[in-house]
Ligand binder design. Structure first.
Ligand code: NOJ
Length: 522
């Protein structure tokens, strides 16, 4: 790609919960600026901020009421620009969260669109023409009816208060459905280009795009959605060629064609990401993650899917592997901090940009807390960052009862201060792994990968990373038992080990229980 993304290691910040500087119990943008040194010391050089715009916060800000205005609880637009500048001064970059598929019902566009008299927002959302009629449309999860003077029901994308913006229909089956190139669908597209331009003009480096595959409705193969993003990309290439787009989509063969730089490995769908560190979403099955010491996991389906995606994209299917995010349970619910070291050895040695979810670097726990702002089970992964052992773990000077989400009440709740003071901590392992990744081109974002050993229900996991003449063999044995496999590589040196040192010699790889090694090989 030849951009800063080639060395990108991201840190995802849920702004509500990172650092509160005005003591109102909720994090803010000045709080993020205050912690940039910390993020840089860890080794991350880019940020993804969850939506920080004006919103009624029914879905924690994924219900936007004004795309161009920072929510007062986080600060001002000037604060956000100061954050961009402060990052750029440090050689860091920032992605905002673009939510192009839906807005809040409080967005002025939506209020206009509810009116009986035709106006410029009449076609901005997916409305039918009869309030009593059902709406059976792929990509629409329900409708809102009885809330408007106009005669119609409006489709929603996610929660009931997130009406779907109208980018048109690939297959038109009802008279009220717009074509993808209808004036109203093109007007929505232009409005979203204007939103991107607004923030790019102010210095943002790009966007993580929410539900990027959801825009065109009745689009089974998603070709029309791909074409739409190609057009968005062409717009960016003309005016803001450096702008980065990373998709929440989970199908790299589509997203690379659509013009995204990278796609996320998702916790749902076909990726088998959850086999590695957790258990499938909404499952009540006994969890057996591959990275647990119990050694009952299986990474083979994950690897098979990963390989298929690489083939489908001629090796360009760069997938970002997150340690977690604001939508899934914390990794710590399934793995202890030592097991998490191994998980990070994997994350930091795979292609694509790795994403560290705030607090995962210290092993923050998933909390059992009441839902806040539409979080439901996700709320437990959104609790305030634990900085030190002062009041509210240094997150906020507010009264504990006024915090956005309660802090981890455990006496042994991990903190940044304690983790940084202990040279054997998870924090130091993550820091070491990021530094090694940045110093080793073969471990980088675009370097090659070939899987060497990954058998069903078996350990270890072994893969080769390559860049030019540099070849690094990554061998991971999370299981609490020794394993041995035939392995023809010849080690030149050992770049990294975790646990007792594995041996690669005489055509055999011998790995002690819970051990990892990165070998430079011939
Ligand atoms: C995905 C986001 O990550 C999630 O938090 C949000 O609730 C949905 N999209 C709806 O925008």
């Amino acid at each position: 790609m030849g951009t800063w993304l080639d060395n990108g290691v991201f840190y995802e910040i849920y702004p509500q919960s990172f650092n509160d500087t005005n003591n109102d119990g909720i994090g803010d943008i000045p709080g993020i600026i205050e912690k940039l040194d910390y993020i840089q010391e860890l080794g991350c050089n880019a940020l993804w901020l969850n939506p920080c715009f004006v919103s009624p916060f029914g879905d924690a800000g994924y219900d936007v009421a004004d795309y161009c205005q920072v929510a007062p609880r986080y600060g001002t637009n000037d604060d956000l620009v100061r954050l961009f500048d402060a990052c750029h001064e440090r050689g860091m970059h920032v992605l905002l969260d673009l939510v192009p598929g839906h807005t809040s019902i409080e967005h002025p566009w939506f209020k206009e669109s509810c009116k009986a008299a035709p106006n410029e927002c009449t076609g901005r959302y997916v409305w039918n023409d009869n309030v009593w009629a059902p709406m059976e449309v792929k990509g629409i999860s329900g409708v809102l009816r009885g809330i408007s003077e106009r005669n119609g029901a409006v489709g929603v994308n996610f929660f009931s208060f997130q009406p779907a913006l109208n980018y048109g229909f690939a297959e038109i089956t009802e008279p009220w459905q717009s074509a993808v190139d209808s004036p109203e669908a093109l007007a929505t597209r232009q409005a979203m280009k204007d939103v991107m331009a607004f923030w790019l003009e102010r210095g943002v480096d790009g966007f993580r795009v929410d539900m990027a595959g959801s825009l065109v409705k009745n689009d089974p193969g998603q070709e029309a959605t791909i074409a739409l993003w190609q057009d968005m990309r062409a717009f960016l290439d003309e005016k803001y060629p450096e702008a980065v787009l990373i998709s929440e989509w989970g199908e790299p063969d589509k997203t690379i064609r659509a013009g995204f730089h990278m796609d996320f490995l998702l916790q749902f769908g076909t990726s088998h990401y959850m086999d590695l560190f957790r258990r499938p979403e909404h499952s009540t099955a006994e969890p057996h993650p591959f990275f647990s010491r119990e050694g009952k996991g299986d990474a083979s389906e994950f690897v098979a899917t990963y390989k298929r995606n690489l083939e489908l994209t001629n090796g360009r299917g760069l997938m970002c592997i997150p340690s977690g995010n604001h939508d899934m349970e914390r990794m710590r619910r399934y793995l202890d901090p030592d097991e998490m070291k191994m998980a990070f050895a994997f994350i930091m040695s795979m292609p694509g940009c790795p994403f560290v979810y705030y607090g995962d670097e210290i092993g923050m726990r998933h909390l059992d807390v009441t839902s806040v702002e539409g979080g439901y089970m996700r709320t437990g992964a959104r609790s305030p960052m634990q900085w030190d052992d002062s009041a509210n773990h240094g997150f906020s000077g507010a009264a504990a009862d006024d915090l956005y989400i309660p802090e981890d009440p455990a006496a042994d709740a991990p903190t940044v201060a304690a983790e940084m003071a202990d040279e054997h901590s998870l924090w130091h392992e993550v820091q070491k792994l990021i530094a090694l990744r940045q110093a080793t081109p073969a471990l980088g974002v675009t370097a090659g990968i070939e899987f060497v050993y990954c058998e069903k229900d078996a350990y270890p996991l072994v893969y080769l990373r390559t860049a030019g003449d540099e070849r690094v063999l990554v061998a991971l044995n999370p299981a609490g038992r020794p394993v041995e496999i035939p392995c023809a590589f010849e080690a030149k040196s050992v770049l990294y080990t975790l646990g007792d040192a594995p041996e690669l010699a005489g055509g055999t790889l011998r790995m002690p229980p819970a051990s990892a090694a990165f070998f430079a090989v011939k």
